[in-house]
Design a protein around this ligand. Structure first.
Ligand SMILES: [Zn+2]
Length: 427
């Protein structure tokens, strides 16, 4: 309505001005060189208006000539985009339905129509993977990884691929690239931690372990790989601080101290370790170097004083007393351990040895020894290092289970309900 009024207004104004000019008396004369044009002013105004109208028409024609091909091109592009989007949808549906050939065909079509976008490349990778065309999937993922906006998508796919192929060095390199492209992603941290465990890179695994991770186990592992003694000592101390009763940490830290000539401090660490979690490896390390049998018994007594009455202390003292020829004392400790509920093979083997040492080659001695050996055959198994996750037994402690790769899962355990109390070294 406003537009009509506006047009009406300008038309009325133009007619009024035209009528006014036509009523004006006078003539207009234009001279150009030898030519002279003379006319009435009303005709001159009409001529100027006609010239403007002509100019307007020419300009409109020029504009149309430029815009029409562009409009055609826009229309074609729009149609191509719509077809591409349809191909994307069809490829997604085919992927969901597990139709390999359709997925590949539609993904290729989408890529042809829409070009190499993050979306079409990801579709091509997924379709290639589904169809078992690794070369296609990897090429699409590499193209994705090269793009700044989708690098993480490509790297994640390539990482999964490398892991599936058990190419650990490539996987670790890809994980580092992904971390650089997108720092702080939780899944990536977890992936890198797993790769570090798999590669046995305990320092890296320790860096990536969260506060709730098995830091003591990983610190001991990292200390074993440290290039400098100072670094190793710092790591073993760190492990002991994280879990003061952790036997591998006690052993590793005491070994570090001993190697550096700090024997007194090493013995203090071992004594504290025995007090917290008595373990045969602690006594072996503490008594190493003490060759005199009486002195060994005295040293064993000092160590066992930290956990008096513990079955492990009784076994240690029984062994040392037996070696020192103190048969009555050895028997007293074996009886105490047995009274405590210990019924493991090692106790009966020690008792068989004691019977042989004490009674010698007598009928009573042979009978007692036979009886002890029979009991040993039926006794509970001795404790051992075992993965508490998959129950694999390992001959020596490891920072992670070699079978299931769970870090911090190897614990000292007797495979029996009558397990020695307090010998579990990893909580
Ligand atoms: Zn395991």
């Amino acid at each position: 309505m406003r537009r009509i009024l506006k047009t009406l207004f300008w038309s009325v104004l133009a007619v009024a001005i035209g009528w006014y000019i036509s009523t004006l008396p006078g003539r207009i004369s234009i001279e150009a060189g030898p030519y002279t044009v003379e006319t009435s002013d009303s005709v001159a105004v009409a001529a100027v208006l006609a010239l403007f109208a002509l100019l307007y028409i020419v300009l409109r024609l020029i504009t149309l000539a430029v815009l029409v091909p562009r409009a055609g091109s826009l229309w074609r592009t729009g149609r191509q985009r719509r077809a591409g989007e349809q191909a994307v949808t069809r490829a997604l549906v085919a992927l969901a339905a597990g139709e390999k050939a359709d997925a590949r065909r539609e993904a290729a079509r989408a890529r042809r129509l829409l070009g190499d976008t993050a979306q079409t490349l990801l579709l091509a990778a997924e379709a290639g993977r589904l169809a078992g065309r690794d070369d296609e999937a990897v090429a699409a993922l590499q193209a994705l990884a090269e793009r700044k906006d989708s690098a993480l998508l490509g790297l994640r796919g390539l990482l999964s691929n490398a892991i599936a192929k058990e190419n650990w060095s490539e996987a670790a390199a890809l994980a580092r690239r992904a971390e650089a492209a997108h720092p702080g992603a939780a899944w990536l941290r977890q992936e890198r931690a797993q790769l570090a465990v798999r590669a046995g890179d305990w320092a890296e695994a320790l860096t990536l372990a969260g506060p709730a991770g098995p830091r003591a186990a990983l610190s001991v592992g990292a200390a074993g790989q440290a290039a400098l003694p100072d670094q190793a000592e710092r790591l073993t101390r760190q492990a002991l601080k994280a879990d003061p009763g952790f036997v591998p940490a006690v052993l590793a830290h005491a070994t570090q101290l001993r190697t550096r000539g700090r024997e007194k401090k090493a013995q203090a660490v071992l004594a504290d370790g025995w007090r917290r979690s008595p373990h045969p490896d602690i006594s072996t390390l503490a008594l190493a170097g003490v060759t005199d049998k009486t002195e060994r018994l005295a040293a064993a007594k000092r160590l066992a004083a930290g956990a008096p009455g513990h079955p492990e202390s009784h076994l240690l003292l029984a062994r040392a007393a037996l070696d020192a020829g103190q048969m009555a004392e050895a028997r007293r400790h074996l009886d105490a351990a047995q009274a405590d509920g210990l019924d493991q093979r090692r106790l009966w083997l020690l008792r068989a040895e004691l019977e042989e040492e004490e009674h010698g080659d007598t009928e009573a001695g042979r009978m007692a020894q036979r009886d002890a050996l029979r009991r040993a055959a039926n006794a509970d198994p001795d404790p051992e290092w075992r993965c508490e996750s998959c129950h694999t037994t390992v001959p020596a402690w490891r920072p992670a289970c070699p079978a299931c790769l769970t870090p911090g899962s190897v614990v000292w355990r007797a495979d029996s309900p009558r397990e020695i109390a307090g010998t579990e070294v990893v909580a």
